[in-house]
Design a protein around this ligand. Structure first.
Ligand code: B12
Ligand code: SF4
Ligand code: SF4
Length: 303
């Protein structure tokens, strides 16, 4: 499509234009295929949400995550060498969820200690695809003269560690929460309408987009443990004993992956293998399980 045609489509319906751009890239990019199983798509159709770049929750993340967590305004300003206050009045965040294909999820369901090759390849090559999608959106927006940045691809992106484990200065799940795409859970995973087995990403821009309405203000509303204590499936699925009724122990999870899965890097020929057993063979694997509870009219018990 010519730039002028793209600009016209973008100006007429910006949200639809961006949604379609993300979906088309997922549908057509050869990078959304596993190199050793080219008939195997890595991710299914994405979910897309938008947040107002100055939503108050981004400042709250400085308390919830760490003072180093960037607001969208800071992330965009830093990338362009500008002052946050000098950027346009309205900024937007585009957030997406890439649901993991059924074949890969099903393979990991059969495992009890280590991830399958398909899962590990999804972690490794899937994140390369996710990066390509980040770059694709940034290019699309900047060639139409908007500012745009994928914070995790910037030199300023960092993962630090404190006593509770690793944390970054741009948490894709917290961005997805701000964009109304789902909630957190007992296992820490982010449960969307397409479940917990996914990867996610985001781009900040000065294109004005309508913020997606948040579905309630409870950051754990999609997890059955917090809805009515009816589920603890992820606790039993975790081979590293990293999940309890108190939540997810990031230090223990990292330790299990380092000590028990490290040898797979050579075997599977990847730089990171992941684990993700807590994300499959659980009620939240590919759907929002709390939706069914709400539909059935059962009242959540107090926790
Ligand atoms: C560091 C890291 C890890 C660390 C720590 C994980 C963690 N929980 O933070 C380790 C190595 C353990 C890890 C493991 C895995 N990871 Co990881 N990891 C990251 C990374 C790079 C940064 C995460 C981060 O910044 N966390 C910040 C801390 C503070 O988050 P947190 O502790 O979960 O936050 C809690 C509090 O904020 C709390 N909270 C308390 N009060 C309030 C109030 C409000 C209002 C809100 C909103 C929240 C809140 O809610 C959260 C959940 O309990 C991201 C990529 C990225 N840039 O985001 C991927 C990412 C989180 N990982 C991902 C994945 C898929 C995995 C694995 C499944 C590995 C795999 N691929 O097989 C496992 C899953 C472990 C698990 N059970 O969650 C996905 C998550 C997808 C999903 N479904 O949720 C991400 C987003 C990568 C991606 N681009 O998709 N990961
Ligand atoms: S398996 Fe159950 S308790 Fe664990 S995150 Fe999913 S819904 Fe929540
Ligand atoms: S919590 Fe960590 S160690 Fe446990 S199943 Fe999930 S990814 Fe694996």
């Amino acid at each position: 499509m010519e730039i002028s045609t793209k600009m016209k489509a973008l100006k007429t319906a910006p949200a639809r234009f961006i949604e379609e751009a993300v979906k088309e890239f997922v549908r057509t990019s050869p990078l959304n295929r596993l190199p050793f199983n080219p008939d195997c798509t890595i991710f299914d159709e994405p979910l897309i949400g938008f947040a107002d770049g100055d939503d108050a929750i981004f400042t709250e993340y400085k308390n919830i995550i760490a003072p180093t967590h960037l607001t969208p305004r800071e992330a965009l300003a830093k990338a362009y060498g500008e002052e946050p206050a000098d950027l346009p009045e309205h900024l937007s965040v585009i957030s997406w969820i890439l649901p993991i294909a059924a074949r890969t999820r099903e393979s990991n369901r059969r495992e009890t200690r280590i991830p399958t090759r398909l899962w590990a390849h999804t972690r490794w090559y899937g994140e390369k695809f996710n990066d390509a999608l980040r770059n694709h959106l940034v290019q699309l927006l900047t060639e139409m003269d908007y500012r745009a940045v994928a914070p995790v691809l910037q030199p300023y992106f960092r993962v630090d560690t404190n006593s509770r484990g690793p944390y970054s200065n741009w948490s894709e799940r917290h961005i997805a929460y701000a964009a109304g795409l789902g909630t957190f859970s007992l296992s820490d995973g982010f449960i969307t309408e397409r479940g917990i087995a996914h990867r996610c990403g985001s781009v900040v821009t000065d294109l004005v987009l309508p913020a997606t309405a948040k579905k309630g203000d409870n950051p754990y509303a999609n997890c059955l443990f917090y809805v009515n204590r009816s589920c603890r499936a992820c606790i039993a699925r975790c081979p590293g004993e990293a999940i309890t009724e108190k939540g997810h122990d990031k230090v223990q999870c990292s330790k299990y992956q380092r000590e028990n899965i490290g040898y797979l890097l050579k075997e599977y020929e990847v730089g990171v293998a992941g684990c993700g057993l807590c994300q499959v063979k659980v009620p939240c694997e590919f759907t929002n399980p709390a939706k069914k509870v709400k539909k059935s009219g059962k009242q959540p018990q107090s926790v």
